[in-house]
Design a protein around this ligand. Structure first.
Ligand code: ASP
Ligand code: MG
Length: 427
């Protein structure tokens, strides 16, 4: 493991909201930054807003108006990260570490012009490089940039992860450490499966699938960046500072005889709703009309199932984020009447449960076994979708916890030692 053994280099450290939630937490982050710096590393820190700051700012906006102009929302939300970046630099000054903070704009993080969910198009990073060359620790406000129209933008909720990984890629950092309130990526959510285990490592594509089906630890876009630019991520806790989970393109730990785990984790997600359009005429162009409407409103459709038609009519079901349900419903009802469907129903009492593992590629029968386990637990499957390394099912929300627990046990994750061999020491 080149990365794990390398002791000195350029480290990007990202601290999430809980890691900088109060003055004591900020001081302990400052100590850890100082520790990393004193071990000879160049350090770039990316911070989130303190604790629930972003939620509180959003609630203030809700209290003054129902209309939220994107530009002004971004001006508002970016203040949260400015508070933590400057406080961290002040804390570092207090322990004799020279540090300088930059907003996203000052750091040269250039985005497109889509307010509240901008995408990074380029990172200039000149001031970051200069400050590093002067021996300073650089602290960058997460979750924000400046658009090609010179307006302040934000990257969508959880966007500080993306800031950190994108900066790590642009600066060619040796590692991007993501400090959070959990000690790593687990085989399942420990709140549901107490015997869930921390994974020692994961491949980018596994992490991508996990983030895509509901794991909240890393923002999906940050993982895409990491994979595209091959930035190793170390997810770890700022509460215990213990070693966490490495996400990289490493397939095995040098021991080629070691068997690849078939399943790395069980992921659940209760944040989606299911919409069904009933009595849809079965002819070309219907799905296009429906999903184009949703896409143009930026609604992310996840699973889609179309039944076989009977008497020229069919049903189409799909899932959308609960948060988008209101907008989706309006569009779907409109399209449904345009195409002559007989009705629309929706169900928010659903959950998606997914098995993810790179070893699935070469190991047939995972889906069959998953369905058998669910059947044995009397759990009905509403929808199914798969990729080469993932199987997902939509089930009733009330069955979610028992599905996650029984799959975790059935696929050997309660104890499987092959899945989380420790990595070489690195602080
Ligand atoms: N503060 C922002 C949020 O709460 C960004 C982040 O924490 O990553 O979504
Ligand atoms: Mg986060």
């Amino acid at each position: 493991m080149r990365v794990a053994l390398k002791m000195v280099g350029l480290v990007v450290q990202k601290y999430g909201g809980t890691s900088v939630a109060d003055p004591d937490r900020i001081k302990s982050v400052a100590d850890h930054v100082a520790f990393t710096k004193r071990h000879g590393n160049d350090v770039v820190v990316v911070v989130s807003a303190m604790g629930k700051t972003t939620d509180n700012l959003l609630s203030l906006a809700n209290q003054v108006s129902e209309v939220h102009p994107g530009r002004e929302m971004d001006m508002l939300l970016t203040t949260g990260e400015r508070i933590s970046m400057s406080l961290l630099c002040i804390a570092l000054a207090g322990i004799g570490v020279e540090a300088v903070s930059f907003t996203g704009s000052q750091a040269g993080i250039i985005t497109d012009t889509v307010h509240t969910k901008a995408k990074i198009s380029e990172i200039k990073g000149d001031r970051v490089r200069e400050a590093l060359a002067e021996g300073k620790v650089v602290v960058v406000a997460g979750f924000q940039g400046v658009s090609t129209d010179k307006e302040i933008t934000t990257l969508g909720r959880g966007g500080s992860d993306t800031t950190a990984v994108a900066l790590a890629a642009a600066l060619n950092a040796d590692v991007c450490e993501i400090y959070t309130d959990v000690t790593g990526i687990f085989t399942a959510d420990p709140r549901i499966v107490p015997q869930a285990r921390k994974l020692g490592r994961l491949q980018f594509e596994e992490m991508l699938e996990m983030a895509g089906v509901g794991s909240k630890v890393l923002a999906l876009r940050s993982v895409e960046f990491a994979r595209n630019h091959n930035v190793p991520i170390h997810v770890r806790s700022s509460f215990t500072w213990e070693h966490g989970t490495w996400v990289s393109d490493e397939k095995s730990q040098g021991d080629s005889s070691m068997e690849e785990p078939i399943i790395s984790g069980v992921v659940h997600d209760a944040s989606e709703s299911k919409v069904t359009i009933v009595g849809v005429p079965d002819k070309p162009g219907i799905s296009a009309a429906l999903f184009e409407g949703l896409a143009s409103s930026n609604i992310n459709v996840d699973m889609i199932v179309q039944n076989t038609s009977k008497d020229g009519l069919t049903d189409i079901s799909f899932t959308v984020p609960k948060a988008d349900m209101k907008v989706a419903e309006d569009i779907v009802s409109r399209v449904a009447s345009e195409i002559g469907a007989s009705g629309v129903t929706h169900n928010s009492e659903i959950a998606k449960v997914s098995l993810v593992g790179a070893g699935m590629k070469t190991s047939p029968g995972v889906a069959a076994k998953m369905f058998r386990v669910l059947a044995d637990n009397n759990i009905n499957i509403h929808m199914i979708s798969t990729s080469t390394i993932r199987v997902s099912v939509v089930i009733s929300g009330k069955d979610m916890e028992s599905a996650v627990r029984s799959l975790h046990t059935a696929f050997g994750l309660d104890s499987g030692s092959a899945y989380s061999a420790p990595l070489p020491e690195r602080k």
